[in-house]
Design a protein around this ligand. Structure first.
Ligand code: SAH
Ligand code: SF4
Length: 417
C-alpha cells in the first residue's frame, strides 16, 4: 500500500489524496524512480555514506537510472563491486507495473499501467513516418468534466507521482529497446539544454516526442509534472529536448506562466469552442477561466514565438462547434491576441454514451480551409488507435466505467438528495 497525504490542487478547493515522493514498500527498501539527484544524495547520506561518497554515488546511480535505464545495481559497472549489494539491500529502481499491452492495427500501442497502491492509468505510443510520440498521463482520472472526454467521466483518483510519470517514458524506452549505450558523460560534457547536438535525437529512434495529453490535467499536478519532465529533459537523464515535449492544458490560467518559466515546454491549449455558451458546455472550466482571459494568458506564455507556436486543440463535434462562423471567429480571436498559433483539428472520437458525433469530413475540410485562409495552419489530426480505445479522449480505465446517462441520473439524484 502506498502512503498518501492530502495535497491541495491549485485552483480547486477539494484536497486530493496524492502519493508522497517515496512510496513505502513492504521490504523496507526505497524506490529511487522519480527522485532527483539531490534527493538521492540525501538518501545515500542518511543510509550512512559520507558526504563525498554520497555525492559521487548519487551522480553515478542517477546516470545509470535515467540515462541508461538500468534497474539492477549489479549492472552499474563503474560502482565498486562491494558497493553494489549495499545499494541493493537498501534501494530499488522500479517501474510502473504493466497490466496489459495492446497493439492497434495502425501500429499505435497502449499500455494499461498500475500504481503500487492499485490504481490503473494508461499511456499510448503513436509512431508515424517521421516521429514517435508518447502520450503520457499526469493523473488517474481527472477533476474536470469536459463533456466530450471519456477520462472526464472518471472522478479524480489521485495525482501521479514524478516516478509514475517519468516511469511511463522509461517503460516505453524499455519496450522499444531504446536506451542509449556508450559511456558515462562527465560534468564537462553536460549538454546545454538549448543545444540539440548530443541530445537524444530522432535518428533511428522510435520515441522522439512526448505529449502530456494522456489522462488528467497536467497543470493540476504541476509540481510532479515539472519534476518528472525535469528528469526527462536533464542531459544526463533521459536527455529529451524541451522542444520535443508538449504539455496540453484545458486552460488552467493561474499555472500557465509557471509552466513556461519552470518547465519551458511547448504549450497546447484545449480550446474546442469560441463562444462562451459552447465552451462552457464542452470545457466547464471555462466558467471559471473564460476564453478571452485564456487567450491573454497564451499571449503572455513565456517562450512562445513564431518559431515555437502555441497549439490550439479543437475537437470537431457535429453541429456543436464546427460551423463556418465558428471557424471565422476562431481566426478573429487568434489574430486579436496576436498569437503565434497553430490549430490542431481533432475529429471527435466517439465513446459509448458520449452523446456527441464527429463532424462530417466535408465540414472538417471546410473549417480547416477557412482557418488556413485566415493565415493560420490548421491540420486535421488523423485518429490513431481507435480500435484499441487509444485515441484522444478514449482513455479511461476499467475501474470507473459509467455511461453519460448513468452520470446524468446520478447528478439528478444528487441534486435531489
Ligand atoms: N487535460 C488536458 C490534457 C489531456 S486531454 C487537456 O484537456 O488538454 C488531451 C486532448 O484530447 C485534449 O485536447 C482533449 O480535448 C482531447 N480529447 C478529449 N476527448 C476527446 C474525444 N472524445 N475526441 C477527440 N479528442 C478528445
Ligand atoms: Fe480532463 Fe483534459 Fe479530459 Fe477535460 S479533456 S476531462 S481536462 S483530461
Amino acid at each position: 500500500m502506498a502512503d498518501t497525504a492530502l495535497m491541495t490542487i491549485p485552483g480547486l478547493s477539494d484536497p486530493v489524496p496524492a502519493a508522497r515522493d517515496i512510496t513505502p514498500r513492504e521490504d523496507g527498501r526505497i524506490d529511487l524512480l522519480g527522485l532527483p539527484r539531490p534527493r538521492i544524495r540525501e538518501l545515500f547520506a542518511a543510509a550512512g555514506l559520507d558526504d563525498k561518497a554520497a555525492k559521487l554515488r548519487a551522480k553515478q546511480v542517477f546516470h545509470w537510472l535515467y540515462h541508461r535505464g538500468v534497474t539492477d545495481f549489479e549492472a552499474m559497472t563503474d560502482i565498486a563491486k562491494t558497493m553494489r549489494p549495499w545499494l541493493a539491500e537498501r534501494f530499488v529502481i522500479g517501474r510502473p507495473e504493466i497490466v496489459e499491452a495492446q497493439h492497434s492495427v495502425d501500429g499505435t500501442r497502449k499500455w494499461l499501467l498500475r500504481t503500487a497502491d492499485g490504481h490503473d492509468y494508461e499511456m499510448v505510443f503513436i509512431p508515424d513516418e517521421t516521429r514517435g510520440t508518447l502520450c503520457v498521463s499526469s493523473q488517474v482520472g481527472c477533476t474536470l468534466n469536459c463533456t466530450f472526454c471519456h477520462t472526464g467521466t472518471m472522478k479524480l483518483v489521485r495525482n501521479l507521482t514524478p516516478g509514475e510519470i517519468v516511469g511511463q517514458v522509461m517503460l516505453a524506452r524499455d519496450a522499444l529497446g531504446e536506451w542509449p549505450k556508450g559511456t558515462m558523460i562527465s560534468d564537462a560534457d553536460m549538454i546545454d539544454e538549448d543545444d540539440e547536438a548530443g541530445h537524444y535525437t530522432a535518428d533511428g529512434r522510435l520515441l522522439t516526442n512526448i505529449v502530456m495529453m494522456g489522462m488528467g490535467e497536467p497543470l493540476y499536478n504541476f509540481d510532479h509534472v515539472r519534476d518528472a519532465l525535469t528528469l526527462v529533459m536533464d542531459g544526463d537523464g533521459l536527455a529529451l529536448s524541451k522542444r520535443r515535449i508538449t504539455l496540453s492544458t484545458s486552460g488552467v490560467i493561474p499555472m500557465m506562466e509557471r509552466c513556461g518559466q519552470e518547465i519551458g515546454v511547448n504549450l497546447a491549449v484545449s480550446l474546442h469552442g469560441v463562444r462562451k455558451e459552447v465552451r462552457d458546455e464542452l470545457v466547464p472550466l471555462n466558467k471559471k477561466y473564460g476564453i478571452e482571459e485564456l487567450l491573454q494568458a497564451c499571449a503572455d506564455y513565456p517562450g512562445a514565438s513564431n518559431a515555437r507556436r502555441i497549439t490550439f486543440e479543437y475537437v470537431m463535434i457535429d453541429g456543436k462547434n464546427d460551423s463556418d462562423d465558428d471557424a471565422r471567429e476562431l481566426v478573429r480571436l487568434l489574430k486579436a491576441y496576436n498569437l503565434p498559433a497553430k490549430v490542431n483539428l481533432i475529429p471527435f472520437n466517439p465513446w459509448p454514451g458520449s452523446g456527441y458525433e464527429c463532424s462530417k469530413p466535408d465540414r472538417i475540410r471546410a473549417f480547416s480551409n477557412i482557418v488556413f485562409e485566415g493565415g493560420i495552419s490548421a491540420p486535421v489530426r488523423t485518429p490513431r488507435g481507435r480500435d484499441i480505445d487509444a485515441a484522444c479522449g478514449q482513455l479511461k480505465t476499467a475501474a470507473e466505467k459509467k455511461s453519460r446517462a448513468e452520470r446524468d441520473r446520478e447528478a439528478a439524484k444528487a441534486a435531489l438528495d
